[in-house]
Write a protein that binds this ligand. Structure first.
Ligand code: AMP
Length: 191
């Protein structure tokens, strides 16, 4: 299974990504987590990414694309993967098409979690109290939402046109959302 999990910041992608990836026996690949690990280890990639992340901006495509390419080339991703937080720009969509096409596979589905925007801000502010993420302040949260609307939301139509978009209501209890995702994906033929 080759899947993408999309949705605005705070939609619950990280939480759901782990459940969905386990369900299909593929690795969950979160670009945000990989960036954060690099930032905390002070690697050259982390140093490059940090200022964009702190401002709520996207890390430049060439940096992000190379990182994803290397990650999905690893052995555990050969049977499939679930991408959480990638692609986020149209250029990344094209790049991912190339990466998947090169191996002779295809993308099976793109799940979009839909959540009401005020609920999103509240969830993120709550997360800032528990997780202490540097980019969960109210200003940065709003900036991340704006960027999502400008740069990432248009991807939804791209995948809808391809007939692989699965929209799932992301409101409510975590378990209910997971059940909705499984119900929507279990009817999709796996490649
Ligand atoms: P996330 O944990 O998915 O919210 O990502 C945290 C931050 O990492 C984002 O606000 C961006 O600065 C950066 N990031 C994660 N994924 C991408 C991506 N696909 N393209 C560019 N920047 C990204």
């Amino acid at each position: 299974m080759r899947l993408i999990l999309m949705g605005p910041p705070g939609a619950g992608k990280g939480t759901q990504a782990r459940f969905v990836a386990d369900h299909f026996g593929v690795p969950a690949i979160s670009t945000g987590d990989i960036f954060r690990a690099n930032v905390s280890q002070g690697t050259p990639l982390g140093i490059k990414a940090k200022r964009y992340m702190d401002a709520g901006e996207y890390v430049p495509d060439e940096v992000t694309n190379l990182m994803v390419r290397n990650r999905i080339d690893e052995d555990d991703a050969a049977p499939g993967f679930l991408l959480d937080g990638y692609p986020r720009t149209l250029a990344q969509v094209t790049e991912l098409d190339g990466m998947i096409g090169y191996t002779g596979h295809r993308l099976d589905a793109v799940v979009v979690l839909t959540v009401d925007s005020e609920e999103l801000v509240q969830r993120l502010l709550q997360r800032s109290e528990t997780d202490g993420r540097a980019d969960d302040t109210e200003d940065v949260i709003r900036r991340r939402q704006e960027i999502y609307t400008e740069q990432t939301e248009p991807l939804i139509e791209v995948y809808r046109d391809r007939g692989i978009l699965v929209e799932v209501d992301g409101m409510g209890e975590v378990d209910d959302v997971t059940a909705r995702i499984f119900a929507a994906l279990d009817v999709i033929p796996q490649s």
